[in-house]
Design a protein around this ligand. Sequence first.
Ligand SMILES: Cc1cc2nc3c(=O)[nH]c(=O)nc-3n(C[C@H](O)[C@H](O)[C@H](O)COP(=O)(O)O)c2cc1C
Length: 271
Amino acid sequence: MKLWLAPMEGVTDCAFRTLCYNHGADLTYTEMIRVDALVKNNKSTFNLLDLKNDTPTVIQFLAVKPEILQKFMNNFPKYNLKPAGFDLNLGCPSSDVIRHGAGAALLKRTQRVQELIAILKKTELPISVKMRLGLNQYEKEKKVYLNILNNIDADYFIVHARHGRQASSEKADWTIYQECIDTGKHIIPNGDIFTKEHLKYFQNLKINEVMIGRAAVKNPAIFEYLKYTKTTNLNKIKEEYLKLTQTYPSLEKYKRNVLNYLGKNMKATIS
Ligand SMILES: Cc1cc2nc3c(=O)[nH]c(=O)nc-3n(C[C@H](O)[C@H](O)[C@H](O)COP(=O)(O)O)c2cc1C
């Protein structure tokens, strides 16, 4: 089973991604990056494109207007970055993002999503979509997630098994995965996955990759534990992380988030 590190705003910068990669994550994601701000040359947003080493990293975009995404992608080769792929965020439920029609608000706009994905596909890199089950319970019941799976031509679909009104304290609904798999699309489950029994559950569904978020902040060595039962002392992990934040400088906010949650359950969920 391949284990992917989830995108987490304020956490998954280069230092944290590298830490997880060194401890068994097969693929990592940047946090969501607003394409609108990139085309306006917003410096702090540009700094999120921090692919500074060989850690395999997918760049996650928050985008809604095809012409803006196209404009940014036209310039992308100039930045000399080597991502492992691109991802479109269809999961963020924050009111600011929804108001602009992005994140989970895109779940019911299959045509718009297809236009955005078509732009990313021109890069010929693997393209993923990270999605919730709907913006709310109603959309989940209407199964908007199946519309996305059936109509969008992405390589991977990371399905976070909650709708947009659900907090991370509510249990992810894994019962939806069988119908997702039945669409024939490449499904990556996400939400409350952190034990070997959980991996067995998904292996039985013939799933080959899962994505892990909060459990990796609690212990970035969870990946090697799940794969090889190797355990690394949390103090060692902390030391290694602090060294990495010197090599690949982290903003104070990121360091604080990671150090606050090492060894503890993370409460906040942004998307
Ligand atoms: C602090 C935090 C920040 C997050 N930021 C993002 C983000 O930028 N993009 C995204 O797609 N999901 C984001 N998420 C959601 C996670 O990627 C993941 O889908 C969610 O935490 C469920 O997985 P888990 O149960 O393994 O944590 C965030 C979650 C947390 C806790």
